[in-house]
Structure formats: C-alpha cells, structure tokens
Design a protein around this ligand. Structure first.
Ligand SMILES: [Fe+2]
Length: 546
C-alpha cells in the first residue's frame, strides 16, 4: 500500500510517505516554504496544506498521485467536541472543524489528480501514538502521548500489541499539559507553540518555589488522567514582554512549571506500567520534546527503555497517521531507521550549485578530516551532509559545528543564530565514548531527546556544551549508522583529545533549518561561519579561522 500522511490542522504542517509498511520520506513544509513552523498556529490557517512537502514525498517515492492507495490526515473532525469552542480557538473552533472536514477537497486542489475519496481521517492522538510505537524499534510496547490538544483530548495512554493500538485512558480537554506549558511560555515572553523549549532552558536558572501552589492546580487523577486548572500566572511572576529583562521569579516560575509537568508525566507512566507490564515505553506529542522530562521518565520511571519519536510535535503525526493506516490495512510496519527522511543531493548536484554560486571551493579527499582540522583551529563549520532531518533537531545532516572546549563558542553560536544567551548548545559524541563523559540519560541517544549529566572531570574540558546545571542534551553517534559524522568526531578527537563536538541546527535567527544547497549558501553568505562543508566540498570564508 502507498500511503501519504498529512499534518495540517494546528502547526508544523508536514507530509510523509509510507510504502508497503516502510517509511520512504518525511518532511516539514517549513523547510520548503522557508517560513518557520510552516504557518501561523491560528484556527483559520487549518486549510493551509503541506503542498510542497507532499509533492516532494511523492516524487521521492517515485509515485504519481493517482498511484496512492490512501491519504492519512492526522485529525478527525468528527471527533471534535463542539462545546469546546474557546479552549484555544477564540470562537473559531467551528471554522477549524469545517476546514478539516473539507481537507479532502483542499488536498485535491493541492495535489491535482488526487481522488478525495481516498482521504482517511486518523484521530490526532492515535497518529501521535503510532508515530511513537510503530516507528520505534520496540514492537509491542506501552505508549504515552501528550500535547496541547487534538480533536477533544490532550493525552492518550495505551499499548500496541501485534501492531494494534489498544487505548487504556485518555484525557479530555480542557485539561492539557501542553496548553498549560504554552500559557507559561507566553507569560514568560516567548512565542506560544514554538518556544516551549526556552522555558525548559530557563528553568535551569530558577528554583521551583511555586511548586506547592502549582501542584494544587495541575495533578493526576489516578485513572490515567489529570487535571489542569486555569492558572493566574501574575500571582507568581509579572507577564514579561519579549524584550524585557528576566527577573528571578521568571526563572523560578519556569522551574516550577517544568517540575510539575515532569511529576504528572511520571505519574502517568507509572499508571501505564502497572496496567500493561511492558518494559518499553514510546512517547510522542509536543510534550515529548521536553528532554528534561524524558530523562526523568527514563531515570526514575518504571520502564526499562524509553523511545521518543524525533518529530514528536505535530509534524510527526503525518508519519504516524500513515503508519497507523498501514497497520490498519494489515501491513507489517518497519521501524524508522533514522530521522534523515528529508531531501538530499548527489555530489554532482551539489557541485553544480557551487559553480552556479561562483564561490571558490575545493573537493576534499575526506571532508571529515578537513572539518576536524578546521574545528581544532576553532572554526565555526556549517555541515551539510546527506538527507535532511525530519523533526526539529539537527542530527549531523544540517548542523553548525564548533569546538566544545572553548567556553566563548556558546556565545559565538548564539550570536550566529540570534538566540538568547541563556540557551545551551549541545554536544554530539561518539556513542562508544559517551558513557565516559555523560551519565543518567540513556545511551544510545541518537535524537537529542534526553539530557545527561556531564561527568565532573569533563565539565571544564567541554565548557561550551555544559549547561549551567551541569547537564548536556547529547546526540550519540554510532559508527555504523552515521559513518561520516563518526569519522569527523574521531578525527577531531585525534587532534584535541575530545570525542565530542558542539552541534546546533544550521539556521540563522528566525529561519527554519537549512534544507537545500541554496539555503546552505545563503546561510553561509549571511552569517560569520568559517567553513561550509557541503558533501565532499569545502567553501572557506576569506580570512576565516578555517
Ligand atoms: Fe499534537
């Protein structure tokens, strides 16, 4: 079966294609449209479809739209509780539902030749659940989803047995961990539905002194559900505008919200474990991008292994909806092999781009060695290799790299990216060396979805990637799965004694991650990056450190 998955309703529109139970391609619309998050997260943008991502997925799979067996749309408008108007839609809920109902017709316009009769609606949280459990390497496992909202719910707990989803509990709206966290995000002066990870980073600077009060408002109910009461945030800290200074109580509020979210997730995981007895837990939904909470689930929760869908936000529901339909059709679904499901270019195509841009470049005998040399000389390197990542993290395909031993590189990178200075950058590390440097979080951790403690004897050696609380959000790199990145890390270690490199996403302020070669050249041309390593080619900045 050939199934196209579509996420369009809330934010992060994306498409994915699954052929005979195998994920062939997945991509977010923002990487094509160059508009961060693809669209505005308002109810009246529900009609906007991931047109370019969907067309590319078909092209990558070598399929004409007429050859599709089904389109899986990760929202079922028949499940919307009409009385919910106002939870987050400000009176526009009915319009959102109408747009979702009409999605088959909109899709026909976006993908000429599509038969609207093959579009199937997949419940939003089942799409999240499938994106976790069916894409994971686990087979049968427990699954927990949590986000802002789906049709009428914000969380589902269940299990997959023989590819079939069995629901055990769900939490209906208006109660929502994601919407509560989003409200805190907005109160703290960040962008709702976008900047939640900044709250998590800010939390490290505070103490959770409002936790007792928040526990009265956000708590589990012992049946796989929870309650989230409306919160008067002003009680704890004044609303902050984007350019205002941070007060200590802002960090304390971030720490308190973070902690109560972790506690609820841990309680839900314990309940789910008691009910299912599984050793493995799969997670998805925007809340699962909270790597501090994930680490507590791994370290303190009852499950032996925890796997998080790398595109845990709504983009991943495009993939999950397609996988769920494949399973519903009785197909055996293959776990996803990696997050590099986006676009890629051949060396010849890359060289054609460089010629066209008329920039001096060289073809390297081994780009891994060239980059290791440059990094050892304290260059900032734009690393463009292989297929683009699906999901919000750069995982060694579209990355900015730097020397982790120089504390000032945190500031340098945050300047390149126009980010707040409290934001940490993360290390990529050879998987077999990771246990020596990092503890508490799981190894392997290939998708940067957990935080680890940096071993005390390493903290001073890799200050650029050690967060203020002594943690780091690592990506482990396997020599088998990522041979080029692993070779670069090994070459860097030979030069510096450090088996780790700073890795942050390849983009500048407010832009989506670089996806195609032109984006890479534009990024290189507009930011103080010393070296662009694009395929086997090196482009050097005149007078730069490389
Ligand atoms: Fe969602």
């Amino acid at each position: 079966m050939r199934i196209l998955g579509i996420n369009a309703v809330f934010h992060d529109p994306a498409a994915a294609i699954v052929v005979d139970g195998t994920v062939v391609a997945a991509a977010e619309e923002e990487r094509f449209s160059r508009r961060k998050h693809g669209k505005s997260p308002v109810p009246f943008s529900t009609w906007e479809l991931p047109e370019k991502a969907a067309a590319w997925c078909l092209q990558r799979a070598g399929l004409d739209v007429s050859e599709l067996d089904a389109v899986a749309y990760s929202y079922d408008p028949t499940l919307v509780d009409a009385s919910l108007d106002g939870v987050d839609a400000g009176g526009w809920e009915k319009l959102r539902t109408l747009y979702a109902r009409r999605a088959p017709e909109f899709l026909k316009t976006a993908l000429p030749g599509l038969d609207p009769g093959i579009v199937r609606f997949v419940r939003h949280h089942v799409a999240h659940a499938a994106s976790a459990a069916l894409a994971s390497p686990f087979g049968d496992c427990a699954v927990l989803t949590s986000d802002g909202r789906g049709e009428s719910e914000s969380s589902v707990l269940g299990e997959y047995r023989d590819g079939k989803f069995v629901e055990l509990a769900h939490q209906s709206l208006p109660h929502s961990l994601g919407l509560t966290y989003e409200a805190a995000t907005a109160h703290l002066g960040f962008q709702r539905s976008s900047d939640e990870y900044k709250v998590m980073a800010l939390a490290s600077y505070g103490t959770p002194r409002f936790l007792p009060e928040l526990r009265e408002l956000v708590f589990t109910t012992g049946d796989g559900g929870f309650r989230t009461a409306p919160i008067d945030w002003e009680r704890f800290a004044p609303a902050r505008s984007r350019d205002d200074e941070f007060l200590p109580e802002h960090a304390d509020l971030a720490a308190s919200v973070q902690r109560v979210t972790e506690e609820v997730l841990l309680d839900l995981a314990r309940w789910l474990h008691e009910r299912t007895g599984h050793t493995d837990l799969a997670l998805a939904g925007g809340t699962a991008l909270n790597c501090v909470a994930n680490t507590r689930l791994h370290a303190e929760g009852p499950f032996e292994r925890v796997w998080v869908q790398p595109a845990a936000g709504d983009a991943g529901t495009a993939l999950g909806a397609a996988l769920q339909l494949a399973a519903d059709f009785g197909e055996a679904v293959e776990p996803m092999g990696g997050a590099d499901l986006g676009r890629g270019w051949s060396d010849d195509e890359l060289e054609a781009w460089l010629r066209r841009a008329d920039v001096p470049y060289e073809r390297c005998a081994d780009i891994a060695e060239t980059v290791a040399d440059a990094l050892a000389d304290d260059a900032i390197v734009a690393w463009f290799q292989g297929r683009a990542e699906f999901g919000p993290r750069a995982l060694g395909h579209r990355s900015l790299l730097a020397h982790p031993g120089r504390a000032e590189n945190l500031e340098r990178l945050n300047d390149v990216k126009g980010r707040e200075q409290f934001r940490p950058v993360a290390p990529m590390v050879l998987e077999d060396r990771a246990p020596e440097l990092f503890s508490r979080g799981p190894v392997p951790s290939p998708y940067m979805l957990f935080v680890h403690d940096v071993a005390p004897q390493w903290r001073d050696r890799i200050p650029a990637v050690t967060h203020v609380d002594g943690t780091a959000r690592i990506q482990t790199v396997s020599r088998e799965d990522e041979p080029l990145v692993a070779r670069m890390l090994a070459a860097f270690e030979r030069r510096t004694g450090l088996p780790t490199v700073v890795n942050t996403s390849l983009n500048t302020a407010g832009r989506p991650m670089v996806d195609d070669p032109r984006d890479a050249l534009e990024c290189f041309g507009s930011a103080p990056v010393d070296l662009l390593a694009i395929g086997p080619f090196a482009v050097r900045r005149k007078g730069g450190a490389a």
